[in-house]
Design a protein around this ligand. Structure first.
Ligand SMILES: Cc1cc2nc3c(=O)[nH]c(=O)nc-3n(C[C@H](O)[C@H](O)[C@H](O)COP(=O)(O)OP(=O)(O)OC[C@H]3O[C@@H](n4cnc5c(N)ncnc54)[C@H](O)[C@@H]3O)c2cc1C
Ligand code: SF4
Length: 569
């Protein structure tokens, strides 16, 4: 599909080599090859064809291939695929298995209780298990068949402006050493100028973040809040679980302050996808979601499913959970935001794939109309928001607009809020509930009244490398790779305060919340502490950009093609 040569040598179909110093002109530039970006490109190509218009659509993806940076559960709602690909039989789409059994389990340390009903919005009847990476590879083939130009291994790190308006984006300069000095193989990034640029970078998009800040697009909106999901793909003996059997777990090892739960999705070929998703508004600065996943796997209920099996892949990613009130304004002159970058995830079902696709389709319609009118101004692109507000996305997100904020004060209070929201169509007793950014919720070590994570799970954190794994073993199963020669892509803002506050007062929570053992707290002989950064391990989960107290770490995109190399996540 994606000829390696095309990616590595940057040669376009037809053999024309992109010149890095040139500016490339296109009608549409899409940044990100996940479901939202691919759906935008497919639907646009279809609309242009129907309207007899010949337009250039260019999609850039930082992963070395489509899918290599894609991680999801996933249980997918299929109906939107019929709208995106009306000529395709659904059996052609590489879903995995139709859901045949769907249970929610409440876990304690040693027992499991099946909840005898579906939690509201959690019914998965008619849905499919899948590897989202495989689905994206399939969508990319469809997009290319329709004439979309897809370039993988291109990290986009700069938004281009003219007169204060977006006019495209630029790929990252390569061939720099760790201090930013040019090496012999230096190549300036490519400027891609477009009539409309679509930000489809997924969760906590680094460019979308800049765009939102520059144009104040989140004015009057709630703070976006996130969860981190750590996931393992296993191969297990056939009797352990059937394809299509899915379980969600609540309870252990999380406590009242920690929002989240586990998932177990049975896949074809005796594979099973298991993971733990935890809200990043937790308080304990020593809490470690990767290690909590290992403890969760050790419970009798989960370990029975994994018994005799083998770890195949590991990965981690955040997802936006703030819901309706945290969606920023999604348009400005010449630019739109789609999918997770726009905060389009339906809580409490924790599903975003179908919304990412639908937002891409609505963006496509808006773009096609704007180009027909030759008007790509903010006023013209406002159509996107109108379409969203009249779409199934709004219908799904609005009734649960207060769901996640209700859980900010713990599970018991959250349950009460949710009960009132169910009877009042989402309003609850208090109307709009506010949220707090995740980087503000961590307690200082001196404020922590409960046992820190390691004491709480004493005796359970020695990993046997059969059922449970330390971070470095898991990271090894992600295919992660980063060029040594480049400026470290994890930037500590304000180093002095970082040491005085993040290390001294919070105990360097970065070393615990990072899903992939990037941050190490080093103490020298004189007792001086510093945070060492092993950027080569980075899974691009974006947790540090979200959770570091005082927002003292910024994640910027590393060289194109760097990062994990997921196969079936
Ligand atoms: C653990 C977990 C479990 C989930 N389970 C489910 C589920 O069961 N069902 C469900 O419906 N949803 C689920 N979701 C949510 C779902 O995966 C997302 O909503 C969906 O993937 C969003 O699609 P997207 O296209 O917006 O972003 P993504 O899928 O994240 O794709 C974004 C793409 O953009 C690329 N990119 C980012 N920045 C740049 C850049 N600067 N330059 C170039 N390329 C860039 C990335 O590499 C990536 O390939 C889950 C999410 C997680 C984390
Ligand atoms: S360094 Fe940041 S983005 Fe990378 S894996 Fe760790 S927490 Fe995630």
């Amino acid at each position: 599909m994606f000829n390696k040569q095309l990616q590595n040598n940057n040669i376009k179909p037809g053999g024309y080599r992109m010149n890095y110093t040139d500016t490339i002109l296109t009608d549409i530039l899409i940044i990100g090859g996940g479901p939202s970006g691919l759906a935008t490109s497919i639907h646009l190509a279809d609309i242009f064809k129907q309207r007899g218009q010949n337009k250039r659509i260019l999609l850039l993806e930082k992963g070395r291939s489509i899918g290599s940076h894609i991680l999801s559960g996933a249980v997918i709602k299929p109906s939107v695929f019929k709208e995106l690909l009306p000529d395709v039989d659904i059996s052609e789409i590489p879903f995995n298995a139709k859901v045949t059994k769907d249970r929610t389990i409440f876990l304690t340390e040693n027992s499991a209780f099946t909840i005898p009903f579906h939690m509201p919005y959690m019914n998965n009847n008619g849905n499919y298990t899948a590897s989202l990476g495989q689905i994206c590879k399939y969508l990319a083939v469809k997009a290319e068949e329709k004439g979309v130009e897809i370039y993988t291994g291109f990290a986009v790190d700069e938004i281009l402006y003219n007169d204060g308006k977006v006019i495209g984006a630029k790929t990252k300069d390569t061939g720099l050493d760790q201090n930013g000095h040019q090496l012999e193989n230096f190549q300036a990034g490519t400027r891609v100028e477009a009539k409309i640029t679509i930000f489809a970078e997924g969760t906590r998009g680094s460019l979308a973040k800049m765009l939102i800040k520059k144009f104040n697009l989140d004015r009057d909106r709630n703070e976006q809040v996130y969860s981190l999901g750590c996931k393992e793909l296993w191969s297990v003996p056939p009797a352990n679980i059937e394809a299509g059997q899915i379980y969600h777990t609540l309870g252990y090892p999380l406590n009242n302050d920690e929002f989240g739960g586990g998932f177990i999705y049975g896949l074809n070929d005796n594979k099973v996808s298991v993971g733990l998703v935890v809200g990043l508004d937790y308080k304990d600065p020593t809490f470690d979601i990767h290690d909590a996943l290992q403890i969760w796997k050790s419970t009798p209920f989960v370990s029975k499913i994994l018994k005799g099996g083998k770890l195949v892949e590991y990965g981690a990613k955040t997802l936006p959970e703030g819901g309706h009130y945290a969606i920023p304004k999604l348009f400005t002159d010449n630019a739109l935001i789609v999918g997770d970058s726009a905060g389009l995830v339906a809580m409490p079902s924790l599903k975003g794939i179908h919304l990412a696709i639908r937002s891409g389709m609505l963006a496509a319609l808006t773009i096609a109309d704007a180009l027909s009118k030759n008007d790509t101004s903010e006023k013209s692109l406002q159509q996107y928001e109108e379409l969203l507000n009249n779409s199934a996305i709004y219908k799904e997100m609005y009734p649960v607009r207060n769901f996640r904020q209700g859980f900010a004060k713990g599970l018991i209070v959250g349950g009460l809020h949710f009960g009132t929201q169910l009877i009042t169509g989402g309003a609850g007793f208090f109307g709009r509930l506010r949220s707090h950014a995740d980087y503000t919720t961590t307690l200082k070590l001196s404020e922590l009244k409960k046992k820190p994570f390691k004491e709480r799970f004493k005796g359970k954190l020695e990993f046997d490398k059969v059922l449970t794994f330390d971070k470095s073993t898991d990271v090894y199963h992600s295919g992660v790779f980063h060029d040594e020669q480049q400026v470290v892509h994890l930037q500590i803002n304000d180093k002095e305060n970082f040491n005085a506050i993040n290390i001294e007062q919070y105990g360097a929570p970065e070393q615990f919340f990072c899903s992939s053992e990037v941050y190490e707290l080093h103490t020298d002989k004189a007792g001086r502490k510093e945070l060492r950064i092993h950027a080569e391990n980075c899974m691009h989960c974006k947790t540090c950009d979200i959770k570091s107290p005082g927002e003292r770490i910024t994640w910027v995109v590393p060289n194109g093609g760097n990062g994990p190399d997921f196969q079936n996540m």
